[in-house]
Design a protein around this ligand. Structure first.
Ligand SMILES: Cc1cc2nc3c(=O)[nH]c(=O)nc-3n(C[C@H](O)[C@H](O)[C@H](O)COP(=O)(O)OP(=O)(O)OC[C@H]3O[C@@H](n4cnc5c(N)ncnc54)[C@H](O)[C@@H]3O)c2cc1C
Length: 477
């Protein structure tokens, strides 16, 4: 059926059903690591954008960590003014084409769309993706950059937080150098999130834009180890630390050290990033029974990566129920379609091995949900006598991440930390070291791309304020 055509009005939502972008069939997408969604056509974008009722106090905008001007660009998109729509979208986000692909919209903008009470929400993520890809295709992606102000700032870490901060500071006329420990820049956008959710060339396209505008990337430099923070500070007037939190939380049961037990991120990097520099023995999944432990985005990505690797059976064990699972619902549905199994309210008590020290199964206990804990989530507790065995050849542990500790005695170690080990920051994202700012997962714990972008933007504004004020004070004093 052809999509509805203009004129659109405030009640378009009642005539036009919500559409989601075309998705490849599960059997087809298991054959490769390519993205599974494609774009709407122009007429569909217009009709979908026109479903927005233009609320006077848009809840979508309020629930977006970047306060994206969603109704404004939806209105422009509905009128077919895609380039202008993309320009408005870029005004609050440094990587809207990436966020549109990886944001859990159902928990953020789309989850709070007022239409949820009467119909289905506007397909905000799909429109955001379309208008920004359209802009890239038609040469409209660049931004105004101020003339050089002769001041140098360092960014440590090239994840979304670091990239957003570098982008903002470059626009303000700063000379920005990004130090990245890995040889491939992009942080978890590249070295974590699989290509079937986010094509790696799109991250590189963003980085190329920054390089063209003069941002310098120093790859393979791990600050605190290869180069001291002292040295970085000596050569730069301010520093942004966006080093993420990538130390895997361990599996703490007997048998966790058996052959065939791996932490999730090493597995994902190995299967998703094609580079001779990736370390470690290959983790083979073909024909194997794979058990994934955990219920977050990392677990969903492991399940779907194992299925693409030809695993015979892939099952997720999660100690709470679906309603309390932190992973994105969209990716849960995609994992189910692709053949993953889920065992909720199930917790491992032991990894069982054979005489050669290789995994053969995971002993589990069933759980039930008790009273809410401090975070408001109901606390799982074991059901006595409910033990069972899940056969397995490979166990992938996706229990979340902690910060990587800085070397003792390094200047990093002087930065005040919170109870979890995250870098403490003030309202401007400045740490306890003057001129050293921080954001993203290294501050807030494992979170979302859009939160890291927000922190990077706030930190850039904080750095600009700090350097402008120190310069003014120097002139006066
Ligand atoms: C498997 C997986 C899937 C995810 N899926 C999603 C998703 O679908 N949607 C979503 O919104 N979020 C997702 N996330 C979370 C998201 O990726 C992170 O919240 C986000 O990338 C954090 O950004 P960041 O800039 O703080 O750090 P990171 O992206 O972790 O980047 C930090 C960078 O700093 C570098 N670095 C570390 N130490 C040093 C040092 N000493 N010197 C120099 N460089 C250093 C690292 O090499 C890395 O490149 C996922 C996370 C994982 C692990």
């Amino acid at each position: 059926m052809p999509p509805p055509t203009p004129p659109f009005d405030k009640f378009t939502w009642a005539r036009v059903d919500r559409a989601t972008p075309p998705k490849r069939a599960a059997g087809d997408r298991l054959q490769d690591f390519s993205e599974i969604y494609s774009d709407f056509d122009e007429a569909t974008v217009q009709a979908q954008a026109a479903r927005c009722i233009q609320c006077p106090e848009p809840l979508c905008r309020q629930s977006c960590p970047l306060s994206n001007r969603i109704p404004e660009w939806l209105e422009l998109a509905a009128q077919g003014r895609f380039m202008e729509a993309a320009e408005v979208s870029r005004s609050t986000s440094n990587m809207p084409e990436l966020c549109s692909r990886v944001c859990p919209q159902e928990k953020l903008c789309e989850g709070s769309c007022i239409l949820n009470s009467r119909s289905d929400p506007v397909s905000i993520g799909a429109v955001e993706r379309f208008i920004n890809e359209y802009a890239f295709l038609h040469g409209g992606f660049d931004v105004e950059v101020e003339p050089s102000n002769g001041r140098r700032v360092a960014v440590i870490g090239s994840g979304p937080g670091g990239l957003a901060c570098a982008d903002e500071l470059n626009r303000l006329g700063y000379a920005v150098t990004v130090f990245e420990a890995q040889m491939i820049p992009g942080g978890l956008l590249v070295n974590g999130i699989p290509a079937f959710k986010l094509d790696k060339s799109l991250v590189q396209r963003r980085i190329d834009l920054l390089v063209r505008r003069g941002v310098e990337f120093k790859l393979g430099v791990r600050v605190g180890w290869d180069l001291s923070l002292d040295d970085v500070r000596r050569n730069h007037e301010a520093v942004f630390v966006g080093v993420g939190a990538q130390r895997p939380k361990p599996l703490d049961v007997p048998g966790a050290g058996l052959r065939g037990v791996h932490e999730a991120l090493s597995f994902l990097v190995q299967k998703n990033v094609k580079s001779p520099l990736i370390e470690g023995d290959p983790i083979e999944v073909e024909g194997r029974r794979v058990v994934v432990l955990g219920g977050g985005d990392t677990a969903m990505d492991c399940l779907r990566t194992a299925l693409r690797g030809g695993a015979e059976d892939v099952v997720c064990l999660y100690r709470r129920d679906l309603a309390n699972m932190p992973g994105s619902r969209k990716e849960y549905a995609n994992a189910l379609e692709e053949g993953a199994r889920f065992q909720f309210l199930t917790n491992p008590t032991e990894v069982v091995g054979d005489a050669n020290g290789r995994v053969v199964g995971v002993r589990c206990v069933r759980m039930e949900l008790g009273e809410p804990d401090g975070t408001g989530r109901r606390k799982p507790r074991p059901v006595v006598g409910s033990e069972c065995l899940e056969p397995a050849d490979l166990v992938l542990v996706a229990y979340g991440f902690d910060p990587v500790p800085f070397p003792e005695g390094s200047e990093f170690a002087r930065i005040a930390l919170d109870a979890w080990g995250g870098l403490k920051t003030d309202r401007n994202q400045m740490t306890s070291l003057a001129g050293v700012f921080a954001g993203g997962d290294s501050v807030r714990g494992p979170s979302l791309v859009v939160h890291a972008v927000r922190d990077g933007r706030l930190a850039a504004a904080g750095i600009h304020r700090y350097l402008t004020e120190t310069k003014a004070a120097a002139v006066l004093g």
